[in-house]
Design a protein. Structure first.
Length: 77
């Protein structure tokens, strides 16, 4: 079926990455702080950078950073 060997570590990683992780403990508050700080940065970018593809990419990268930061909390605690 598969041309490549799939190891146990890779299977565990996929299981962790593609599973819903309900928030626990102080995680919701930490998610909120990350989103609020990133939202402030987004406003700075909108106010200081001219409308452009580059500004759009900067906002997309900031959004991506928030998602990865939240995923790091959800998946690893």
């Amino acid at each position: 079926m598969s041309k490549y060997e799939i190891g146990d570590d890779e299977i565990r990683r996929l299981e962790k990455d593609f599973t819903y992780h309900p928030p626990k403990g102080d995680q919701p508050e930490r998610y909120l702080v990350i989103r609020e700080v990133a939202g402030g940065m987004a406003l700075i970018l909108l106010g200081k950078c001219p409308p452009s593809r580059e500004r759009s990419l900067a906002l997309t990268a900031l959004e991506e950073a928030v998602m990865w930061a939240n995923a790091s909390i959800a998946r690893n605690e």
